[in-house]
Design a protein around this ligand. Structure first.
Ligand code: CTP
Ligand code: CA
Length: 231
């Protein structure tokens, strides 16, 4: 695809992609974060742009360079990300939530650096963050808007990776859920990814280990197939 490649099948479409990992600050210099590099989300944004879409990338704390031809909005926390994604989703045909959004944030953020006092520190109180994907899915900004989530799962006593993925897809209410199996370091900070893309219609598309651009192309193929015909 891309230069010299196939037709621009996303021409005239507007898409929003979130990428990276949110940071939840405790004080001006410390935060709770995660290991997401942003690579999968950046690959999704670049691929959509190459296929002709107008792309907004809501990027949380990624060190990657802005992809060519993509409008980038930088955010820090889950609440910042929510505000930016909901605002951009209002005009979008599809929204892909590739960002690792923190489930919890510190209950209190202090404006000055926390100092040690010699006494034992107080336990860290956390509160729940909003679930952006569930909110997007429940309140589609436009009829037929396609909403895609990502989930990194491990199998456990409750079920295997796909069982967890199916349950999550139903819980979130999105159209597609890209499920990665995570072992020790798989998926994070790596240029390649393997996944199964689950559809709310019961479909199941395996994507072999390969570049994150290849997974991105499969995601856009599945999104394109679900978009309503152009007006
Ligand atoms: N997500 C979100 N808002 C949150 C948490 C997650 O929008 N507060 C999105 C992520 O961007 C991802 C999807 O939801 O697309 C799945 O994230 P995941 O962490 O796997 O789901 P959770 O519901 O948080 O479940 P878990 O308990 O497994 O973390
Ligand atoms: Ca989570």
């Amino acid at each position: 695809r891309g230069p010299g490649g196939l037709a621009a099948d996303l021409a005239g479409r507007r898409v929003v992609v979130s990428a990276g990992g949110t940071r939840e600050h405790l004080d001006p210099v410390r935060f709770l974060g995660n290991r997401s590099s942003g690579r999968q989300g950046y690959a999704l944004a670049a691929t959509a742009a190459a296929r002709g879409a107008r792309v907004v990338l809501v990027s949380a704390n990624s060190a990657l360079p802005d992809p060519a031809g993509v409008r980038v909005r930088r955010v820090v926390s889950a609440r910042d990300l929510r505000a930016a994604v909901l605002e951009e989703a209002a005009a979008a045909d599809a929204v892909v939530m590739a960002a690792a959004v923190a489930d919890f944030r510190p209950a209190d953020v202090v404006a000055t650096k926390i100092k040690k006092t010699g006494a034992d520190p107080a336990p860290l109180a956390l509160v729940q963050n909003p679930d952006v994907l569930a909110e997007l899915s429940a309140h589609r900004a436009r009829p037929g808007q396609v909403v895609v989530g990502f989930a990194a799962e491990t199998g456990d006593a409750e079920g295997d990776v796909l069982a967890h993925g199916r349950a999550k897809l139903a819980r979130k209410g999105c159209d597609l859920l890209v499920v990665n199996e995570v072992g020790d370091a798989a998926g994070f900070e790596r240029p390649d990814n393997a996944a199964v893309v689950l559809g709310a219609d019961g479909s199941e598309v395996p994507v072999p280990l390969g570049p994150k651009e290849d997974l991105a192309d499969v995601v856009w193929d599945l999104v394109a197939a679900r978009l309503p015909a152009r007006a």
